[in-house]
Design a protein around this ligand. Sequence first.
Ligand code: NAD
Ligand code: LMR
Length: 335
Amino acid sequence: MVKAVVLGAAGGIGQPLSLLLKTNPLISELSLFDIVPVVFGVAVDLSHIATPAKVEGFTKDNDGLGKALKGADIIVIPAGVPRKPGMTRDDLFKINAGIVRDLAVAIATTAPKAFVLVISNPVNSTVPIVAEIFKQHEVFDPKKLFGVTTLDVVRASTFVAEKIGDLSVSTAVRVPVIGGHSGVTIIPLLSQSSHSLPANITQDDIAALTNRIQFGGDEVVKAKDGTGSATLSMAYAGAEFAEKIIRAIKGEVGLVTPSFVHLTSDKSGAEVVKEELGTNELEFFSCKVQLGATGVEKILPIGEVSSFEEGLIKAAIPELKGNIEKGTAFVNAPK
Ligand code: NAD
Ligand code: LMR
């Protein structure tokens, strides 16, 4: 029996993500929360799909958030505003930081043992916000808090398959993407791709492909022309990541995926990563993570990287550090 909850379920990501979770036979209960009442309609609509999950919608009225969260095993958070052209993810901080903080307080008091998957941007700052709120409520388990960076991994697989000239291999292509989830903090390790790039690929091609993965979000924001950012590919990525977590909860071993995690979630693994990064200054980093029934089981080493990727890592660290500190300070600043 697995209860999944989506916070922000009526939104551009929330609706297709809830659809994909409803089709997951491992989920027995699916609670959908949003501040807009259309969430009730979304829940009724999904409830007609012939899969095991019992679906219910909630808004703020009558302690809807508490009811939605009660007994949750896994909580996915896509609540918050998306970007418009010309904005950075950090520009969303002003609105989304408060939204995520308030949702984290509700989780800390109602479902402190749940796995929490944060999609709301800027992920590099919203995940630290959740961690700080959980620390304040003395319920922080670093093994169970994840920033969802799966869309970067999905994009990397797709774009590499395009380069290879065969989209049919895209689901098999594995490219670790580490670091964080914004611009230069997104570090695709193309040198570790499971599928070799074409032999005639140049360093300029590698740089262009890297840039496309780092700024894939902007490609969608531009194409949607002021109406939002990635929703459908994000729902796909979010559902894929949630499924991995659920399979791990249910005892499957050996599941490995990148995710933005707190570096105390596996202290010995993190020591190796810090050594590889050449810094002790980052509290969070998107690492290759081995999942287990209690969450992060192992943080795996970054491994061998090219000199180009070494440069990407160096360039990412200062921005990542600033983003993390901004989230932490938002919660801890004197009132
Ligand atoms: P959207 O505006 O379509 O939907 C957001 C939903 O959140 C709305 O239904 C809104 O009512 C709801 N909401 C707002 N405040 C809330 C609250 N306090 N509690 C519950 N629900 C609340 O936006 P979207 O396109 O779905 O994007 C949502 C977020 O996801 C954005 O911050 C976006 O930048 C981010 N995002 C992250 C990734 C990633 O890779 N991590 C990818 C795409 C988008
Ligand atoms: C993405 O990578 O598509 C998301 O983070 C949304 C955005 O703002 O680009």
